[in-house]
Design a protein around this ligand. Structure first.
Ligand SMILES: O=C(O)CCC(=O)C(=O)O
Length: 276
């Protein structure tokens, strides 16, 4: 696969980089041009129409791997400003770990997401893993914006398993968010359409339901440093999609990265003979 050269652009100030490392998130306002935003909205509408033609419901909430469905989405994954920012945060070799279109339709109460971290869904050898969400709509609490607990990423992965041992897809110990909420240590990621929010894989976050009359569409690109290797869990097909740089062919282990896996390590596709 062709590799893309490494960006040398600095788009984040030192203060923004320090903010990300301290608080675990960043909001980059108005990154996309009007034309870029329009192209992505058109592609998104195309997906909705196609699903409607196939008899799918109108209330789409998530489309996994959406970037494979329209070139505009894959172009957006390579957005130079986004990649330059991510390079400044986690380095020059960047792999698209997976992607998901989160579409909260204007149906009262849809799309609420409970408090969770991303990391327990997809544990890696280190924490240089983050999600960039390109906002296609103005994002506010009424239409279902994300909320984060600043600084919670510094606590590392927290428990997402229920008493019966099953992966619960949410923080199972309220102590991991309730005290923060009581103290007001919570930030709503409010930003205009065309902005990009970035959040660390260990930040505890949630998302409001959409209670407005308009959709809230967000394109989420989960990006891993080249030497951050997935250990198991959900979504663990490894995408050989290098957004930038190349495979450094090494795994960097971070102290303390011992995790329960949310799924057994099995070969979902079955065993295939292969040549070595
Ligand atoms: O769509 C959102 O607001 C974010 C949802 C979320 O937290 C996630 O998909 O991990």
């Amino acid at each position: 696969m062709a590799t893309v050269s490494v960006t040398q652009n600095r788009v984040l100030s030192d203060d923004q980089i320090a903010f990300y490392h301290r608080h675990g998130y960043l909001i980059l306002e108005n990154v996309l041009s009007a034309a870029e935003l329009q192209e992505l909205r058109t592609a998104t509408e195309g997906l909705r129409e196609e699903r409607a033609r196939r008899g799918g419901a109108d209330n789409i909430v998530a489309i996994m791997d959406f970037a494979l469905l329209d070139e505009a989405f894959m172009r957006a994954a390579h957005h130079p400003h986004m990649l330059a920012a991510v390079t400044q945060l986690i380095g020059e070799h960047l792999r698209l770990q997976h992607c998901k279109l989160n579409w909260k339709p204007p149906t009262k109460g849809t799309g609420e997401v409970d408090w969770h971290q991303d990391f327990p869904f997809l544990p890696h050898t280190n924490y240089d893993l983050l999600a960039c969400m390109i906002l296609l709509d103005d994002s506010v609490p009424e239409n279902g914006c994300m909320r984060v607990i600043p600084g919670s990423h510094l606590r590392g992965p927290v428990d997402h398993f229920a008493n019966d041992g099953k992966f619960a897809r949410r923080c199972t110990d309220p102590a991991d968010y309730a005290d923060d909420l009581a103290r007001g240590n919570v930030v709503d990621l409010v930003a205009p359409a065309g902005s990009i929010t970035i959040h660390h894989c260990c930040i505890v976050h949630a998302s409001y339901p959409n209670n407005s009359d308009t959709p809230r569409r967000g394109l989420i690109y989960q990006i891993a440093a080249g030497d951050s290797i997935q250990l198991g869990g959900h979504l663990y097909k490894v995408w050989p999609i290098w957004l930038q740089g190349k495979d450094p062919l090494r795994a960097r282990m971070e102290n303390g990265t011992v995790h329960r896996l949310s799924r057994p390590l099995t070969n979902a596709g079955g065993l295939e003979p292969s040549e070595s």
